[in-house]
Design a binder for this molecule. Structure first.
Ligand SMILES: C[S@@+](CC[C@H](N)C(=O)[O-])C[C@H]1O[C@@H](n2cnc3c(N)ncnc32)[C@H](O)[C@@H]1O
Length: 265
């Protein structure tokens, strides 16, 4: 059974030469967490450009799809976990004008960057930012109407603990959305996509990122993320109900949705 911790899903990835970061199959959870801290405090300024380039702007469409799936018309307080440069929080604030957003990240540099973007978009009145850890969310139980994490859970080894924390802070019946990268199941697509992940993206990163080695980690972490049905099982193990997923762009990403039970937690 899937434990929620990093597992070797694709052994062909073990040979990757990652100059600065260990392949995940060789890293302990503590080493994985340390890599993540290092990576996200060193790629901040090129992060948005890289996202838009390597996903051909699909990342924007995927976040938009995610927030459309959460029926925020009746949901007013939204929590964005691992907000990074604030894109999911901004999408919620722009497309659901009645909603208020609290967004947090472990990286102070990401939060500083997000703050500037949010001020520029004149959304500071609608989005509160904080520096915090998804493994110990500093809010009371049953506070938020819904919570989301976009491209973040892959980077946290103890995924079940994150899901439990997100579930704790939302109201009973509230929804959780997890947007995450994946690998296409079809072999005909998977092979070229692996070449794209392992060869093309690091090349692009060498031009646009301050820490190109971080983009070897990207491919490695995607390859080691659980398959969709295993991740759904993990959501259920965390106590969430009505789990479902939506493949995006042939499975290059997935949106997972689930609810906190109405009673009993
Ligand atoms: C790939 S970025 C995603 C950022 C953003 N959500 C987006 O849609 O682009 C992952 C983010 O998760 C943050 N992160 C990693 N571990 C975390 C933790 N334990 N608690 C909170 N944030 C964390 C990183 O600092 C990083 O900003």
């Amino acid at each position: 059974m899937e434990t929620g911790k990093t597992t070797a899903r694709n052994s062909h990835y073990t040979g990757i030469h990652m100059k600065k970061y260990k392949p995940l199959v060789q890293a302990t959870e503590a080493e994985h967490a340390a890599m993540v801290r290092d990576i996200f405090s060193t790629i901040t300024s090129g992060y948005d450009v890289m996202n838009r380039l390597v996903s051909i702007r699909r990342d924007v469409a995927w976040r938009r799809f995610a927030i459309k799936k959460i029926s925020l018309s009746r949901k007013k307080l939204f929590l964005d976990v691992g907000t990074g440069t604030g894109d999911l929080a901004i999408e919620v604030a722009v497309h659901h004008p009645h909603a208020c957003v609290v967004a947090f990240d472990l990286s102070g540099k990401m939060i500083d960057f997000a703050r500037k973007k949010i001020e520029k978009r004149r959304l500071s009145g609608k989005i509160q930012l904080a520096r915090a850890d998804a493994l110990a969310i500093p809010f009371r139980s049953n506070t938020f109407d819904a919570a989301g994490i976009a491209f973040g859970i892959r980077n946290i080894p103890d995924r079940i603990a994150v899901l439990k924390e997100m579930m704790r802070v939302i109201v009973p019946g509230g929804e959780i959305a997890v947007l995450e990268m994946g690998l296409p199941e079809a072999p005909l697509l998977r092979r070229p996509y692996l070449v794209y992940l392992n060869r093309v993206i690091p090349l692009v990163a060498s031009l646009f990122s301050q820490n190109p080695d971080a983009y070897y980690y990207l491919g490695d972490s995607i390859a080691n993320f659980p398959r969709p049905k295993d991740f759904l099982e993990l959501m259920s193990d965390a106590g969430l109900e009505n789990g479902r997923f939506y493949p995006l762009f042939q499975g290059i990403a997935h949106l997972f949705m689930a609810c906190k039970p109405k009673r009993g937690i």
